[in-house]
Design a protein around this ligand. Structure first.
Ligand code: XIL
Length: 333
């Protein structure tokens, strides 16, 4: 049997991938099993997909992903319990359409966590409890509906609820742009404050939606050093290296049209493999603090960065599910 990515990294950390319910049934299944020993549901465990109506749960996608993981002895990460995006329609309003109070919001968050976390006890070993609450601009917390209703408090409470629901689960705070000094400092400050209060938080998830020109080795190492100095374990939870630059790797938003043709040029290929080589070199060097590296999607055939007429090619496997040059750089050490 040929060696997969996970085998090369056996003495380092688990290698994960974000999956859809189709990936684990279709042609992608054998590629997943060959190279990965950890999975995350790309969308199926978010609050909107999971609890589309109050107390009305849609389990089948999440259950099938967890079952696939258990059956194949893969680690399963839970993503995510509290996030301002992909929230269900009903979450912030009462039956009259009025915005709910902080108490009601906290109760709804608690009920969600108390329903979802125990269901997968012993099967999901780690949860992204809170996702993306720090602002990208100069404010401290993101001014999301969660924050506008419940202030900073919901962050602490979510971790407490999750810990009570499964005391053995490893609980993460997860965010992006964590190599940007200003945002990193704010995340650090928040985590330090929570830990000082005894809030049960065990790790920080650095999403790692990167691009061919960021992060630098220096900033990446700085992030690892800073967060691990808090005694937290580190996971890179959503790794992809966009071949474009700019906001979210140049992901297009509604109304934007691609300026570039959808081709993976030799220049992109070269820059991307250098970035992959560098970051895995850093990961290996800091393996003591790193307990997982997860890719956000499996291959360039489908990635969340694609859309509006442009493909992005951010992963280690190409549109035919074959290893790219970057793959060979990552396993060469
Ligand atoms: C993305 C999914 O990949 C997309 O399919 C979905 O439309 C939007 O969410 N940060 C996160 C992930 O924490 O949950 C996001 O996943 C990507 C950014």
């Amino acid at each position: 049997k040929s060696k997969g990515l996970k085998d090369y990294y056996n003495n380092y950390f688990p290698i994960g991938v974000a999956v859809t319910p189709n990936d684990i049934r279709g042609n992608e299944k054998s590629l997943i099993l060959e190279h990965f020993n950890s999975i995350t549901a790309e969308n199926a465990m978010k609050m909107g997909p999971l609890q589309p109506g109050e107390n009305k749960y849609f389990w089948s996608n999440a259950d099938s992903i967890v079952e696939f993981g258990v059956k194949n002895k893969l680690k399963v990460r839970g993503h995510c319990l509290v996030w301002h995006t992909q929230t269900p329609r009903w979450l912030f309003k009462d039956s009259a359409g009025k915005t709910i109070s902080k108490e009601v919001l906290l109760t709804r968050i608690k009920n969600h966590i108390n329903t979802v976390v125990p269901r997968y006890k012993g099967k999901i070993y780690a949860w992204d409890v809170v996702n993306e609450v720090i602002a990208d601009d100069t404010s401290y917390f993101r001014k999301s509906p969660l924050y506008n209703i419940a202030g900073e408090d919901f962050v602490e409470q979510a971790f407490r609820y999750a810990h009570a629901a499964d005391p053995k689960a490893i609980l993460f705070y997860n965010d992006y742009n964590t190599e940007t000094p200003a945002k990193r400092d704010k995340i650090f400050k928040m985590l330090k404050g929570l830990l000082a209060k005894g809030v049960p938080i065990h790790g920080v998830g650095l999403q790692a939606h990167w691009s061919i020109n960021n992060p630098s080795r220096e900033e990446l190492e700085k992030s690892i050093e800073m967060f691990s100095s808090l005694g937290l374990q580190i996971q890179f939870t959503e790794l992809d290296i966009s071949v474009y630059t700019g906001r979210q790797g140049g992901q297009l938003i509604a109304g934007e049209k691609a300026k570039e043709p959808a081709v993976f040029t030799p220049e992109m290929e070269q820059k991307q493999l250098e970035k992959y080589k560098m970051i895995f070199d850093v990961f290996r060097k800091h393996k003591k603090h790193i307990t997982g590296v997860t890719f956000w999607n499996l291959s360039d055939k489908y990635t969340w960065l694609d859309g509006r007429g442009r493909k992005n090619f951010p992963l280690l496997f190409d549109t035919e599910l074959k290893p790219k040059k970057a793959y060979y750089e990552v396993i060469k050490f």
